[in-house]
Design a protein around this ligand. Structure first.
Ligand SMILES: Cc1cc2nc3c(=O)[nH]c(=O)nc-3n(C[C@H](O)[C@H](O)[C@H](O)COP(=O)(O)OP(=O)(O)OC[C@H]3O[C@@H](n4cnc5c(N)ncnc54)[C@H](O)[C@@H]3O)c2cc1C
Length: 526
């Protein structure tokens, strides 16, 4: 992973010249003043660990699995939100962990947690490091270690009768797919961060993948979990569903490292689909397209992938950088994907086409769908290229019931546009629906603007306005990115004072010393 950006440095590509010109003409984007410094020049703060901490950690995991050199610390600094990238690109590693610890087993995780609880050292579980909500930057100023789970990367077992698999948390998604694929199975979980994010991170942050319509969110896939806490082990899930009290698995899903370290995840798996087919549709407006998607979600048939870009996103052609600024046509582009047995795919595809035609859709054939499928993991690389070109680019997301979606869409767009325009960096605000349910949908916004004098501060103001708008319009503060530190205050508003107190009580029981991801997720008492 590129320390100052996304993914495989070999795949980075500059923006085409016409796009740079368009950004200049449309948004006043000027070339970035300075490229990121070399990694070796990035300074990390002095370690806050006490004498003997590192040696004690090494006795648990082995000398080779504790690192406190600058490179290891920089590579575990914050996550991959745009403010995270802007800070690290400016050489700011002030949020670096004091050391990186790589446990190999559940027992080692337990021992590390007990040791750290005794010594007052905070612990931040680290999967793929792709958090975009400040989930890897604890608050409070105490010494902390990044607990990197990459050594726990096995497919432990596959139960072909139940169609479940036991996975270790440090498996990255492509590795998990490869191991399962070799046995004829798939998870069907393909978030945009697929290339780097981990199984533990998916569970800890309630991730949702691009094929959520067909396979479900990651939290829908999880049937059992093992969690290490400073107070011992939680083993949860002995049947797919149960009436034995509240489902404590749901307390762990989305717990973002604040309640324990997930050391094992049992997930539902499905046979690798025989056929995968993608196609495009055009709708006259976002409203018309959203109504068509709602029809499929409520009355069927449901494809595996179902997404709809608004007019601006369709016009910009964000799905394909080579198309940016080109003629991608008017209206709103929808992409549908169908997966499964070939005969079933053909049948569902035909029924969906009837429903979409009846809802006013115009079929565009396989081209736009296949283009989307081909470039679906490219957007993070495009963000790096935009930052290099002096532009600002960031995303945020929410979800609501269908009846609230139109007002939520308008409220968030207005908040982002008004705030950034007032600050002198008028943005382009684009949106798509990419996770659809019978009762509602998520809205995913992409914002591009000039960077201005202080892009981190500009964005903080715009993001605050957007988060206020989300809560005021009845949306949730996150459909799939999670809470972290960035969304915690709005999450507190969403669950109310009693909800926050319940969460604090649970944390106090499993983490009495408060060493697990301090400041992440759990609202403080007021
Ligand atoms: C470019 C980009 C695109 C993205 N696209 C999507 C998307 O399409 N869908 C989506 O859902 N998300 C998306 N995300 C957000 C992010 O990838 C997800 O939240 C993902 O689930 C994080 O996985 P990770 O392994 O990188 O976790 P990390 O970033 O390492 O950790 C996330 C949080 O979980 C905690 N954690 C990690 N592992 C464990 C564990 N084993 N036990 C307990 N706590 C743990 C961490 O402390 C942190 O608070 C995107 C992010 C980026 C940068």
């Amino acid at each position: 992973m590129l320390w100052s950006g996304w993914g495989d440095p070999g795949r980075a590509a500059p923006l085409p010249e016409p796009v740079v010109r368009l950004l200049h003409d449309l948004l006043g984007v000027r070339p970035a003043e300075a490229p990121p410094p070399p990694l070796a020049d990035v300074a990390v703060p002095a370690s806050r660990l006490a004498a003997g901490d590192l040696a004690a950690l090494a006795r648990i995991v082995g000398d080779r699995h504790v690192a406190d050199d600058a490179e290891a610390r920089v590579r575990h600094t914050r996550g991959k939100s745009t403010p995270d990238l802007l800070r690290i690109r400016a050489g700011d590693a002030s949020a670096a962990p004091d050391a990186v610890v790589l446990p190999g087993t559940h027992e080692e995780v337990l021992d590390v947690l007990r040791l750290c609880a005794g010594r007052g050292v905070a612990v931040v579980p680290f999967g793929g490091g792709t958090s975009v909500v400040g989930g890897l930057a604890p608050e409070g100023g105490a010494a902390f270690v990044a607990l990197d789970l990459r050594r726990m990367d096995a497919l432990v077992s596959l139960d072909e009768v139940s169609r479940t698999a036991v996975l270790q948390p440090g498996l990255r998604a492509p590795e998990a797919e490869a191991l399962l694929g070799a046995r004829g199975y798939t998870l069907g979980h393909f978030p945009q961060s697929y290339e780097w994010a981990s199984i533990g991170g998916f569970a800890a942050a309630r991730s949702s993948g691009q094929a959520s319509a067909g396979y479900g969110r990651f939290d829908d896939l999880v049937v059992a979990l093992t969690v290490a806490t400073p107070e011992g082990t939680l083993d949860l899930g002995r049947a797919p569903k149960s009436a034995a009290g509240p489902d404590l698995r749901q307390l762990v899903l989305g717990s973002e490292g604040a309640l324990g370290v997930i050391t094992s995840v049992t997930v539902r798996v499905r046979p690798v689909p025989e056929a995968r087919e993608y196609e495009g549709w055009r709708f006259a407006s976002f409203d018309a397209g959203a109504a068509a998607l709602r029809g499929l979600a409520q009355d069927g048939p449901m494809p595996a992938v179902l997404r709809l870009s608004d007019e601006t996103e369709t016009m910009v052609g964000l799905a394909d950088p080579s198309e940016i600024g080109g003629d991608s046509g008017a209206g709103c582009l929808a992409v549908l994907g169908f997966e499964g047995a070939a005969e079933r795919v053909a049948e569902v595809r035909a029924r969906a086409a009837d429903a979409l035609r009846a809802a006013g859709g115009e079929p565009l054939g396989a081209g736009p769908g296949e283009k989307w499928e081909h470039g679906r993991f490219d957007a993070p690389y495009l963000r790096d290229a935009l930052l290099d070109a002096g532009a600002f680019a960031e995303t945020l997301e929410t979800a609501a019931f269908w009846s609230d979606v139109p007002a939520l869409y308008e409220a968030v767009r207005t908040a982002l546009t008004a705030t950034l325009s007032e600050l002198g960096t008028p943005p382009l605000v684009m949106c798509h629906i990419s996770h659809v349910y019978a009762s509602g949908a998520s809205l995913y916004f992409t914002v591009v603007s000039a960077q201005g004098a202080d892009p981190v501060a500009h964005w903080a103001r715009a993001k605050r306005a957007a988060c206020d708008a989300i809560i005021d319009a009845g949306g949730t503060i996150s459909h799939h990115h999670g809470v972290g530190t960035d969304h915690r205050d709005w999450y507190a508003r969403e669950i109310g004072p009693l909800g926050a107190a319940v969460l604090r009580a649970v944390k106090e029981r499993v983490d009495p010393s408060g060493i697990l991801n301090p400041g992440v997720l759990v609202p403080p008492a007021v």
